[in-house]
Design a protein around this ligand. Structure first.
Ligand code: MRU
Length: 375
């Protein structure tokens, strides 16, 4: 961001910055990596549109953005009564179905705000949204610390003392969270520690979130190489990967993981070749009401995401308007293929994945139980 002011610099490491209780600033992720463009969202509708179009994306960031969307709806309303609150929660809940952090954040907002009189809700909503954002940043920092230990376990394992070879998918960096990222937080922690490493970044068709990851890693000075999604199996089969590290959009209590489409194929190839397949996510990504991956709703996105590709010069048509396409946005990796799940509480290991996850279950309070806005 050439010539950025100090304030603008903040957005280089924060994908969403709240501003004086009447707007949030975001980096428009539909413009990256081609253009670094900031947008101001100052209404419920603006936040809803940003989440739907992926201007704001990534499970933890979607949750925080939705919380601010709720706060904006209440602060703009003449009277923040139950109807306004319910309408805001329902509208935000309908934006995206798979990332449970969205439902989790809205349930938390509902639990905090419903008991309050309308006159107290707008201020309390802003404070709660800010707390969600701050807590996510702290969780991601802790994920970085725990994940670093895991990376060090996998590093220096032979292979001619080459750099540690990490493979990731989609973007689970600071752009997808309040700060640091989930899967990329350990990478950044390792980089800060001087660990010699290299990251394989898969393109992540159709929206190419891998380009966001490459952009983040380039800015941080982390060695990386972009590969086509279909190259992952070959890289794993030929011993060129020491660990696969991805984020998650929803985790069932048995350890099944929903993440960006294409994750499952990497887990299969990693499992076949004995390469650790690890998932990094805050505890807010665990759906305590979901015991099995089959119950996780998979978002079906617009077919035009395949028919068109973004480019430095703008959208480019790559398939005809009459080409039939299917565009599932996520897949489920079964727990049997997961080596470890890293959260802010530590590392859940394959042999006792479900038991370790259960130990992280929050106590009574708004974060417990189902994730619907109804709590
Ligand atoms: O771009 P999205 O919101 O559709 O994708 C979500 C993700 O960013 C990834 O699945 C990610 O790995 C988990 S969220 C840190």
């Amino acid at each position: 961001m050439t010539g950025a002011t100090q304030d603008e610099m903040l957005l280089e490491l924060r994908a969403l910055v709240p501003e004086a209780s009447n707007c949030v600033r975001i980096l428009d992720q539909t413009e990256l990596p081609w253009r670094v463009r900031e947008r101001r969202l100052d209404s419920l509708d603006a936040v809803v549109e940003a989440i739907r179009t992926l201007a704001v994306r990534g499970a933890p960031l979607i949750g925080a953005a939705a919380a601010f969307g709720c706060a904006l709806a209440l602060s703009r309303a003449a009277r923040a009564d139950d109807g306004v609150l319910a309408q805001a929660l329902a509208t935000l809940a309908a934006t995206r179905p798979t990332a449970v952090n969205l439902q989790w954040a809205l349930a938390r907002m509902a639990a905090r705000l419903r008991p309050l009189p309308p006159s107290a809700r707008a201020e309390a909503a802003w404070a709660e949204a800010q707390a969600i954002l701050d807590e996510d940043a702290a969780s991601c920092a802790a994920i970085g610390r725990h994940g670093l230990a895991l990376l060090l376990e996998c590093g220096g394992s032979g292979h001619d003392r080459r750099p540690l070879q990490i493979m990731t998918h989609c973007n689970a960096g600071w752009l997808a969270t309040a700060a640091y990222g989930t899967a990329l937080a350990p990478v950044y922690a390792a980089h800060a520690r001087g660990v010699d490493m290299h990251v394989w970044v898969s393109e992540t068709r159709p929206r190419n979130q891998g380009l966001l990851t490459a952009w983040e890693l380039a800015r941080a000075g982390v060695a990386h190489t972009l590969v086509a999604d279909s190259a992952a199996g070959w890289l794993l089969a030929t011993g060129q990967v020491d660990i696969v590290l991805v984020g998650a959009d929803r985790i069932a209590t048995n350890g099944d993981v929903a993440n960006k489409i294409g994750t499952y194929l990497k887990a299969l190839a990693a499992g076949d070749r004995g390469v650790p397949f690890c998932v990094a996510a805050p505890i807010a990504t665990i759906d305590w009401a979901c015991t099995h991956g089959d119950a996780i709703p998979i978002e079906a996105r617009d077919g035009d995401e395949l028919r068109w590709q973004s480019s430095a010069e703008g959208p480019v048509r790559v398939a005809g308007a009459d080409t039939a396409v299917a565009n599932p946005a996520f897949d489920i990796t079964p727990a049997r293929l997961v080596t470890a799940i890293i959260s802010e509480r530590g590392i859940a290991r394959a042999a006792r994945l479900a038991a370790d996850l259960a130990a992280w279950r929050p106590g009574d309070g708004p974060a417990r139980g189902g994730h619907g806005p109804g709590g």
